[in-house]
Design a protein around this ligand. Structure first.
Ligand code: GDP
Ligand code: MG
Length: 445
């Protein structure tokens, strides 16, 4: 997978949303900050980052939805990132022309020659008859490289090592091109885009009149891609972009987003040195993979199973209002049992994550929980709502009815009182502050 680090970061961010119990402003702000950090680390231009996060935030705060809030928020991030990378997939359209001419441009080492072999191979597999033309006349090794690659994939390659004028070479083989569907032309690069290179590219462009001018940009140049793309565009009118070497850098964000200003879409990405390491660029698929949407969906499903959002909302309200009965206690215990140790649950509540809690603070033994369940079942509705009604006579009745002992009923009541006391303390207070003071609101142990 390309951009592993960015992907990991995004997966982390999104699973945080998936596991959150409440989507609130605080979570959204946290999320925005993390997205910004991740994109800046991937070398995306700071203005673009701020535009993107602004629209995510606006949508997250404004849009009403029937979807579960977490799913909605994840969707927003997905949609905005997709839009950011060009939205719809755009493919090279090869018209029948005998031949359709593609000219590759880019600075030295960007991956032009390698990409030519990759594209030739790609279209050969799809039934096109292909030739390549080597116009990188300044470096003999470049001609060797093109020939070797074309040999490998059995594609015809036109070159002339003696001639130093690329236009002459192009014209030399003019009669031959007619037999082919596709002619892919390699051009020279320089260390950077200097005057001579610009002049050469301009002249070739005028003479050859290519149907497609593909700019090859190496992902590792980062934000410099923007300036470079602009300059090539001004001189030959770039129509498509290939971003190469996406496998080799964590800072590909600059190249992936920086060429958009030319209006030319990214058609392919290079993901390795081998001929098969070429992928058509599909923003939707790319973002899905980056975000690990598959993993995320299952995570969301899982979260839904465990957390009934309305119920949780209800508990939250009761927590902060100080009202609390045996049913609440039981529901809390069940929820905790399902969700695992308290630390895990706390991670799911925005603002609670990162707090250090005593180990196993909320663990109730499975057996005990079951028996408490029987006890609560044996209580009358009145008793459940107001457990203080349970005197020793009632306790005896409940113990009998539930097949437990009076001391177990007492233990549950003790637990309830402790929890209730905590609830009272929490009334109208910020749960986070309480936790920081070491007062755990759910004293269930
Ligand atoms: P050119 O000077 O623009 O023609 O660039 P080349 O095609 O000669 O590529 C320069 C170097 O980059 C070569 O060593 C290639 O093997 C390597 N390269 C090209 N594309 C990729 C890619 O997608 N991934 C990786 N890892 N290396 C690439
Ligand atoms: Mg080359």
């Amino acid at each position: 997978m390309v951009l592993d680090k960015l992907g990991d970061k995004f997966k982390e961010i999104l699973s945080k949303i998936a596991r959150s119990i409440f989507v609130d402003d605080k979570l959204i702000n946290e999320l925005i900050k993390e997205i910004q950090r991740a994109l800046l680390t991937a070398d995306v231009n700071v203005n673009l980052v701020s535009e993107l996060t602004k629209s995510i935030k606006e949508r997250a705060l404004k849009e009403k939805t029937k979807l579960d809030q977490r799913t909605h928020l994840i969707n927003i991030v997905y949609e905005e990132l997709t839009k950011f990378l060009g939205d719809e997939k755009s493919e090279l359209e090869i018209v029948k022309k005998n031949p359709f001419k593609i000219m590759m441009v880019g600075v030295y080492g960007s991956g032009k020659t390698t990409s030519i072999a990759k594209i030739a191979n790609y279209y050969k597999k799809r039934g096109y008859k292909i030739a390549t033309l080597g116009l990188d006349v300044h470096r003999p090794a470049a001609i060797d490289q093109l020939e070797q690659l074309c040999n490998k994939i059995k594609v015809d390659c036109f070159t002339n090592r003696k001639e130093k004028n690329p236009i002459k070479i192009y014209n030399e083989f003019k009669d031959k091109y007619i037999k082919y569907d596709l002619l892919i032309i390699d051009t020279a690069g320089r260390d950077s885009l200097d005057k001579e290179l610009v002049k050469e590219i301009k002249e070739l462009n005028q003479e050859i009149k290519p149907d497609e001018k593909i700019l090859v940009i190496s992902a590792d140049i980062g934000q410099a891609a923007q300036e470079l793309a602009k300059c090539f565009h001004e001189n030959c009118g770039v129509t498509s972009v290939i971003v190469s070497k996406l496998d080799g850098t964590a800072r590909a964000g600059g190249a992936l987003t920086g060429t958009a200003a030319t209006g030319a879409k990214i058609k392919f990405i290079g993901t390795g040195e081998k001929i098969d390491d070429l992928e058509t660029f599909n923003p939707k698929g790319f973002v899905s993979r980056l975000l690990g949407m598959g993993d995320l969906e299952s995570l969301l499903e899982k979260a839904k199973e465990v957390i009934d959002e309305e119920k949780v909302g209800d508990i939250k309200e009761r927590l902060t209002s100080g009202e609390f009965n045996l049913n609440d206690l039981y529901e809390q215990m069940i929820a905790m049992k399902k969700m695992g140790p308290l630390n895990k649950i706390m991670e799911m509540i925005p603002g609670f994550s990162g707090l250090k809690l005593p180990k196993d603070a909320l663990q109730v033994q499975e057996g005990k929980l079951k028996r408490w369940g029987y006890i609560i079942d044996s209580c009358t509705k009145k008793e459940r709502n107001d457990p203080e009604l349970i005197d020793s006579k009632r306790a005896e009745r409940i113990a009998k009815g539930s097949g437990t002992t009076v001391s177990e009923v007492r233990e549950l009541l003790k637990q309830y009182r402790m929890a209730k006391k905590m609830m009272k303390m929490m009334k109208g207070k910020d749960p986070e502050k309480m936790l920081k003071k070491g007062r755990i609101p759910f004293g269930l142990n």
